[in-house]
Design a protein around this ligand. Structure first.
Ligand SMILES: Nc1ncnc2c1ncn2[C@@H]1O[C@H](COP(=O)(O)OP(=O)(O)OP(=O)(O)O)[C@@H](O)[C@H]1O
Length: 729
């Protein structure tokens, strides 16, 4: 291979023929010329040698011994713009943000008023009933301690051990010296104490005789309080703290290194490195660490508990984040206290008049208190946890947000028939509780009917969206305008099933419910129908993976083991640092969210208890009534009796053989004869929006072409028929 050098090497002097130094050839390669032939005659051992190539690598050609193998480091001086940008980043603001920004200033002012009024109130309540009795109890002891301390001072008690030591050592000179010094001191201090006592007594008498009573009282209170404070036991302070002080300490690099050493994440000759300084981040510390080469984020995850122990904090205070820039770089957030045990507070939905379900809505906060917005657009959500951890409450907050958007159609089914979902009857298009039939109403059958109804609706939506004119539906997808157009009847829909395992394990309908739910979770979100499933049994028997896997978003509250956490969140979540088994019992409403957005992480969901839910749903029902979107069960419209055949099937069935044209009236009569319960005279059946928009070509007769159309569009017309009976008023 020939090498062409376009530019002379920088160190080589240009255009010079001057000999600056002698260049000696350094034979790296073995001489290519054949070795001199061995001398003729017999070859004895040790007299022969063969030349072996050093390497097979053709790139090694021309490589000199001792040359550096690292690529040359190219160092560019920063441009002025880069330099200024770096300076901009490093500069600290003259005034902190909370001073400059009016809303933050207001927040700080409100906080200060709230905080200090709470502190003052706390002590004001305790002053008469706790502090005063304590002062009165402790003050005699305080008086005794005070006079004892004065006595010790006057009689030079601190020199006593030295005088004893001189006696023990039989050092007469030293003893006499110390005794003389003591006598002098005692005399002087005695005089001072006597004068002070006289002054004190005179002041007391003066106060008693001359001072107004309020001053006398204040003086007595001050003296008694001082004596009470002096007399209080060291382990039981006189005044309670109005706030809890949390164990907060400075985190140093030594502590972080120690933690990695005890966690087995360092080796004998390699420790961790800190690519950036340790700093504060919210209510905690942010530490970025480069693990030794070969160690990974997954290793750090496995050592989570040992790392926390090495830092002397609770495991719930340590959070690990993957750093995408290197496999060995880990970012730690070390909270000052367990942030997950701090309740996130009431749901902001309580103060909301309405919600736009097309936009993300507040669902909770993360471990650092940053708001977490949720969205159910184009996805299905699986919620799983052990009982009593907040599974229902967290799912319900999402359904409450949906309820506050009057254009969202709600289906709510609760397998456990708990009181949690009952109030949704005010707004839900279809609703059912439990699995046991009651008063002639079978909730499982109702779920089945609703699922079939929804499946037909979803199939129909796909067709109708692709048939809508471009100016209405430019991308063939549901838009806010289409979803709110009552004539088009394609509202955003949320299908909620709590304790889904109860339905899936139903002996008679379990299999069909499963297959319908799988269909909906997989196909329906794309046309605006989202499924939210909650379960306390995410195992394969109670909630098969066939259904679980269709959920794009997952939310896992506390579970028993990391395997269960992976079952809810999806395989591989544990190695990404998501393990819901690490959550504690006290972490109510706290879970790990995955798949709702690009980021996964902790959500401390807002609380909306039963009473809050009722308030929100009353408002939601009023909103729906005003907008005219109250429908289905909430409006008292029961689902139409199910017919196995479609209208076109029935039309096809009533057309006689060889009939090419039949009057509409005749068909209507024949249909009434065929199914009196559906087409009978007393019943009013209206065409679906789709049918309304595309009337039959002949208004007076139905052509025989309908027969073949009936067969080919069977599934479509099923949905048309069902949506005709379910369209909102
Ligand atoms: N976000 C929250 N903040 C504070 N406490 C909460 C929160 N969510 C739930 N809780 C508390 O947890 C309790 C249990 O909640 P929830 O009924 O939702 O649990 P669950 O997992 O659905 O239980 P089960 O499976 O028994 O129905 C509630 O009564 C409430 O006190």
């Amino acid at each position: 291979m020939t090498e062409t050098t376009a530019f002379p090497p920088p160190d080589e002097p240009e255009d010079t023929n001057e000999r600056t130094a002698e260049v000696l050839p350094f034979p790296l390669k073995k001489d290519a010329t054949p070795a001199a032939a061995p001398a003729e005659g017999p070859v004895k051992p040790g007299e022969w040698e063969a030349e072996l190539p050093d390497t097979d690598d053709p790139e090694a050609e021309g490589l000199a011994d001792g040359e550096p193998v690292d690529p040359a480091r190219e160092v560019y001086p920063p441009s002025v713009a880069e330099w200024m940008e770096a300076k901009d980043k490093a500069r600290l603001p003259v005034l902190p943000d909370w001073v400059k920004l009016p809303d933050q200033r207001t927040a700080v002012r409100k906080w200060a008023v709230r905080h200090y009024s709470a502190v003052v109130g706390y002590h004001a309540v305790r002053l008469p009933c706790i502090y005063t009795p304590k002062i009165l109890i402790y003050s005699p002891r305080g008086a005794w301690r005070w006079s004892a301390a004065i006595g010790r001072w006057v009689f030079d008690a601190e020199g006593k051990p030295l005088r004893h030591a001189a006696v023990a050592a039989e050092d007469a000179a030293e003893y006499l010296k110390l005794s003389r010094q003591r006598n002098d001191r005692v005399r002087l201090r005695g005089i001072v104490a006597t004068i002070a006592a006289f002054i004190g007594l005179a002041a007391a008498l003066t106060l008693y005789v001359m001072a107004p009573s309020w001053l006398l009282l204040v003086s007595i209170a001050a003296l008694t309080t001082t004596l009470g404070v002096v007399g209080a036991p060291a382990d039981r302070p006189l005044i309670d703290l109005a706030k809890v002080t949390f164990r907060k300490r400075r985190l140093s690099s030594d502590i972080v290194i120690r933690a990695h050493e005890v966690a087995g994440l360092t080796s004998k000759d390699q420790t961790i490195a800190f690519p950036r300084p340790i700093g504060r981040d919210g209510d905690g510390w942010r530490v970025v660490v480069d693990l030794p080469y070969g160690k990974t984020f997954e290793d750090a995850m496995k050592a989570h508990a040992r790392l926390a122990s090495g830092m002397d904090i609770a495991p719930t205070q340590l959070f690990l984040d993957k750093d995408e820039t290197s496999g060995r770089r880990v970012s730690y957030w070390i909270a000052d206290r367990d942030p997950l045990a701090v309740p996130s507070g009431k749901s902001p939905l309580l103060g909301a008049t309405r919600v736009d379900f097309w936009k993300p809505f507040p669902w909770g906060v993360d471990e650092r208190g940053n708001p977490v917005m949720a969205t159910m657009l184009w996805l299905s959500l699986l919620v799983g946890a052990v009982p009593r951890q907040g599974k229902t409450f967290s799912a319900r907050t999402i359904a409450l947000a949906a309820a506050l958007d009057p254009y969202v159609r709600l289906y709510v089914f609760d397998g456990k028939a708990s009181p949690d979902w009952r109030t949704f009857a005010k707004v839900a298009h279809r609703i059912g509780f439990g699995i046991v039939p009651k008063s002639g109403f079978d909730p499982v059958q109702h779920l089945l009917t609703s699922l079939r109804e929804l499946k037909a609706d979803v199939e129909d939506r796909y067709h109708r969206l692709s048939e809508l004119p471009l100016h209405v539906c430019p991308e063939g997808k549901l838009t806010p305008e289409i979803s709110r157009d009552k004539k088009l009847n394609m509202p955003l829909t949320l299908f909620v099933v709590d304790e889904v395992q109860e339905y899936l394990t139903h002996p008679e309908h379990g299999r069909e419910i499963l297959s319908l739910m799988v269909y909906l979770a997989r196909v329906a979100p794309a046309v605006g129908v989202s499924v939210m499933t909650a379960t306390q049994k995410p195992d394969d028997k109670a909630c098969p993976s066939e259904l679980r896997d269709q959920h794009q978003a997952r939310f896992a509250l506390r579970v028993g083991a990391y395997q269960v956490s992976d079952t809810i969140l999806g395989a591989g979540s544990y190695s990404e640092g998501l393990d819901a088994s690490k959550l504690l019992k006290s972490h109510k409403g706290v879970g790990l969210l995955k798949g709702m957005s690009d980021d996964s992480g902790i959500v401390r969901t807002y609380l909306a208890d039963g009473r809050d839910a009722e308030r929100i749903l009353t408002r939601a029902a009023a909103l729906r009534e005003a907008e005219g979107t109250l429908s289905g069960d909430a409006a008292g419209d029961a689902p139409a009796p199910e017919v196995s055949a479609t209208i076109l099937d029935d039309v096809a069935a009533v057309l006689g053989k060889g009939e090419t044209k039949v009057w509409s009236e005749t068909i209507v009569d024949r249909l009434a004869d065929l199914r009196a319960e559906v087409y009978g005279r007393g019943r009013s059946w209206s065409p679906s929006p789709r049918q309304k928009r595309s009337p039959p070509r002949s208004s007076r007769s139905v052509s025989a072409r309908s027969r073949s159309a009936a067969a080919s569009t069977a599934s479509r017309s099923t949905s048309a028929a069902s949506s005709a009976t379910t369209s909102p008023p």
